[in-house]
Write a protein that binds this ligand. Structure first.
Ligand code: SAH
Length: 248
């Protein structure tokens, strides 16, 4: 008996596109993505490529009209419904290039809904390259099977975050000077969440006071060691996903 080939083929490349996907939608591809498909992945006529646009789930598309630098992909069927994204915002102070890139990549893999950069007083970096961060989110989503990118929103000052935080959202605050025990505290606070992580230099005392005064703030401890900001962001996200997110 011959085995039925897996559908969609497990080896099919995955690509994020801007075009809204749907039945029979034809997506022209050129530039870097075309180079990746044609020269790196060696996609041939009629091969399957998996596409997602961040809104319409995932679609299997057939490769057509392959030329040296471009091709078209024609959607044939939906392979995944749009994902249900746990309502978790990762709010972190900007940190150095490389380390913030790591946060973007891991935030996407771990299932974060929104990546919210927050400017704090001791931040050593006050500008971020959003195009580069977006590219890291796209690459991580292509690799990990997500159909929606985390929403990358413009940088906000800490006081604006505190002022504008929706009433129904917990503001978990990773406090390196001592917060409440993580497991019990997250378990006691289900529902929409924002996780606030400080920069390399930590929060200054006034900031800590302002955060703690917020009615939805919940100070958290990430254990007895001082973690680097990127480790704290990744670990706190994983902990929330385990207890209140979609790892259950
Ligand atoms: N320079 C600071 C450490 C900053 S660590 C100091 O030496 O005190 C960067 C951020 O990671 C912190 O602001 C905090 O949000 C988080 N973090 C690191 N370790 C933590 C811990 N053990 N508990 C809670 N948050 C922690």
């Amino acid at each position: 008996m011959t085995a039925t080939p897996a559908w969609p083929p497990q080896s099919a490349p995955r690509l994020h596109v801007e075009t809204q996907l749907g039945e029979a939608v034809v997506v022209p591809v050129d530039g870097n993505p075309a180079h990746y498909l044609i020269s790196v992945m060696r996609v041939k006529e009629d091969d399957i490529v998996l596409l997602f646009d961040g809104r319409s789930g995932e679609w299997a598309a057939r490769a057509r009209d392959i030329r040296k630098r471009d091709l078209v992909l024609e959607c044939i069927s939906q392979t995944k419904a749009p994902e249900v994204v746990p309502d978790f915002w990762l709010c972190c102070a900007p940190i150095k290039k490389g380390r913030i890139d790591l946060i973007a990549e891991k935030a996407c893999e771990l299932g974060v809904a929104r990546l919210q950069p927050v400017l704090t007083r001791r931040a050593v970096v006050d500008k971020l390259n959003f195009d580069r961060l977006h590219a890291h989110l796209v690459e991580a989503a292509e690799q990990c099977g997500r159909t929606a990118l985390p929403d990358l929103v413009p940088m906000m000052k800490l006081d604006a975050l505190l002022k504008n935080l929706p009433d129904n959202r917990w503001l978990f605050f990773a406090d390196e000077t001592g917060g409440q025990p993580l497991h019990a505290t997250l378990t006691a606070h289900p529902g929409p969440a924002a996780m606030l992580i400080g920069p390399e230099g930590g929060f200054d005392p006034q900031e800590r006071e302002a955060i703690r005064a917020h009615p939805r703030a919940v100070p958290l401890s990430l254990g007895p060691r001082i973690l680097r900001a990127e480790t704290a962001a990744i670990a706190a996200t994983a902990a929330w996903m385990t207890i209140n997110g979609d790892w259950k």
